[in-house]
Design a protein around this ligand. Sequence first.
Ligand SMILES: Cc1cc2nc3c(=O)[nH]c(=O)nc-3n(C[C@H](O)[C@H](O)[C@H](O)COP(=O)(O)O)c2cc1C
Length: 381
Amino acid sequence: MRKNALRTKLCEMLDIEYPILLAGMGGMGGPVAGPELVAAVSNAGGLGILGCAFLPPNKIEEMIRQTRKLTDRPFGIDTVLPAEAPQTGTTAEMRAEVPAQHSEEADVIPEIMQELELSVPKERTQRSLSDAADDTVFTGDLFKEEIEIILEYRVPVYAAGLGDPGPYMDDFRKRGIKVIGVVGHTRSARRVAKSGVDIIVAQGRDAGGHTSRIGTIALIPQVVDVVSPIPVVAAGGIGDGRGLVASLALGAVGVWCGTIFLATPESLYEDYQKQSIINASEDDTVVSRVITGKEARIYKNSLAAAWAKRGLPTLPMPLQTMVVLPILDAAFEARRADIVPTPAGQISGIVHELKPAGKIVEEMVESAHQVLEEFWRMKPA
Ligand SMILES: Cc1cc2nc3c(=O)[nH]c(=O)nc-3n(C[C@H](O)[C@H](O)[C@H](O)COP(=O)(O)O)c2cc1C
């Protein structure tokens, strides 16, 4: 067997050994992909990406410093740049306006709480999701501050998980930072390609978190075709060497994986969330707008079902989160695995145990080589 048959153009571009990227995973209570997980993937020869979506700049700064203590390998940062965000204001101000401006949706909350047997917590054993929400960033001004920290620290890779990093491209270039645009269809792929990103992640419907309407296997070759020669990385439903080799066959130069790294000691999911992933089969996730207002794939969730049953529309990002926050808050405090949103993809079914992230990378590389060896043994009849 060749020593490393997986060395693609992506490895050269990012100075990594294997074309395996840890997806940037943020979360409602804080990041899921934090310094420990990122460092574990980078130290194993892949590229870890910190999930910094909606985090205030000082928190991002802290995470960069912690990561640098844990690895001297390259790593990246993912934030989101939703076009619909207001330019100024605070999350607390936006949250305060919700009951008056969206009374129909706000009025249904007590009824759903009763149905789900949830009550407003009398005491707290952990920081509330509402407090965490107030610390999050949802204005154009603050997204810019997030980017400024990334520029200042010259983090080697920046990923825009949502939206177009175009306005910042010159600044990234000047500092030698490689830029990734994450897309879910060819329209947005063309847009970020025009902005000059270095790499495009094409994320299909199978993925955990905000998801595309197009299945991964159909999406990848189409994005590859429209953005060539920009390298494309495949995402959504990739969890082992078989998925990695299949992605390369579809024209991608690597993979961006989220779900497979959730049930690891290093991920910042709560233990009950990790257990949900371990217990899940391939059809235990649902796609719902109930948490963020955008379609997101999450582990099956009673709030999504209760909302769908009422036929209520959802509000745009970030208002939907603010409306359902009292429910999420109570569920989070009560550690209700059936209600706390647990973004996860359809590949959850191959996760059967808690496993260190470095071992996942190692096994993915090993099994990809085995698949390739099988192919090399195939001879024309
Ligand atoms: C728990 C979780 C949180 C996520 N948060 C983000 C995020 O903050 N920003 C982002 O660009 N993508 C986010 N995603 C999507 C991932 O970046 C990635 O595209 C997806 O996990 C790939 O599909 P897979 O889960 O099947 O591996 C998240 C996914 C999960 C599972």
